[in-house]
Design a protein around this ligand. Sequence first.
Ligand code: GLY
Ligand code: MN
Ligand code: MN
Length: 459
Amino acid sequence: MHQTFRERFFDAMEDGIAILGATPELARNSDTEYRYRPESAFWHLTGLDEPDAIAVFQRSGNTRRFLLFVRPKDPSMELWTGRRLGPEGAVKELGATEAWALEEFPVKLDDLLKGHDRLFLPLDGGSLQSQVLGALNRLVRKRRQPGPLPGEIRDVRRVTGELRLRKSAAELAWMEKAAKVTGEAFREVYRLTKPGLAEYQLRAVFPFIYGIHGGDWAFETIVAAGANACTLHYVSCRDRLKKGELVLFDAGAEMGFYAADVTRTIPVDGRFTKRQEQVYRVVLKAHKAAVDTVRPGVTIDEVHGAATIAITEGLLELGILKGKLKTLVSKGAFRPWFPHGTSHWLGLDVHDTGDYALDVEPRRLEEGMVITVEPGLYLGADDKRVPQPLRGMGIRIEDDVLVTATGHRVLTDDIPREPRDIEAAMATKARYLKALALPEPVKAAKPRSASTRTRAVKK
Ligand code: GLY
Ligand code: MN
Ligand code: MN
């Protein structure tokens, strides 16, 4: 898979040198690190899942060289933190033309840069950028010999982002796995949801289900009960679910480093009230209208346009907006209640890279691209423009949609979305956690007062 991506990258980059870095290891606290996850473009091109490494791509006419600088073999370190590929392994297992220990990178950097007119780097203001540009600056200033040095510097993310937009069959297989495992988690959460649980308890179910299928989470899970759903990226998850409320889940598994990204909104006690269903159906209609537009040749703005028309129609029906549909849509009158876009790219990153607009015209969808479709309606608890009985509802419905040759395929279609299907799914018995009744939420421990402690000691 990565060999093919490299060939496509070499085809796209033009003659020059490209340098990319892996994510460094990141301290969490004291001597504990965050679990390592490779930077997406680096993983895409190398297949190397080790921190700190650097990849260099040199293209000159028909010559293509893929060089890796990796952590050296070190038995005493490997005893603690696991096997390292080392330079030899990087050549044998990853197909590098040549590989060296990481400490060789600053030593070889000058020679690597010489002979190229064009340099591709992630222009993200990071340490690799300053290291490479610093070296180039010194080379330019002390130049005495003729010969090319990079004078043209390009952001390599423009090239890698473009390549990552169109998914190969192998990538789609991973994305389908991520969608499937995400579905397993959602369906289990449907079965477990009931009044009285804490948001964090249901949040814990998602990574558990991902984990037992060999996956991980693609982004921080959102479980937002009642009006918490009106906070778009609500992640604190400390409240309890109350009878009569809706609860919104925005979650996605990562499989083989490819993400799913799904949102569902369901009634805490297993049945939609009439009012909840009325508002829910507005979002459902917008979701269907938007998904139906997805096919090659359409722009993401057009997908969003379909959603905004349906949401505005709904806001008129609910008595939140008054006026003419066309005027309201063109003025963006829906924005206070639908403040975000409808779609983003999806892939190795949940908000995947790739330009949304091209220089001269908007980008049109092509076969193999994957986008989310996620309209929402957020009626704040204190929003006086909204009829009182509808306040405090936040609803979003989000699916992952693959653009096919003739239209689209919803990768996450099997996660119940219709009100009656949600209710039926909620009425079934838990599959994974049936032996584990969810415990009572843990009350935040309060420090005992000094007098209590003294009494305890006296006893
Ligand atoms: N989960 C983040 C998003 O929906 O964009
Ligand atoms: Mn999303
Ligand atoms: Mn989402």
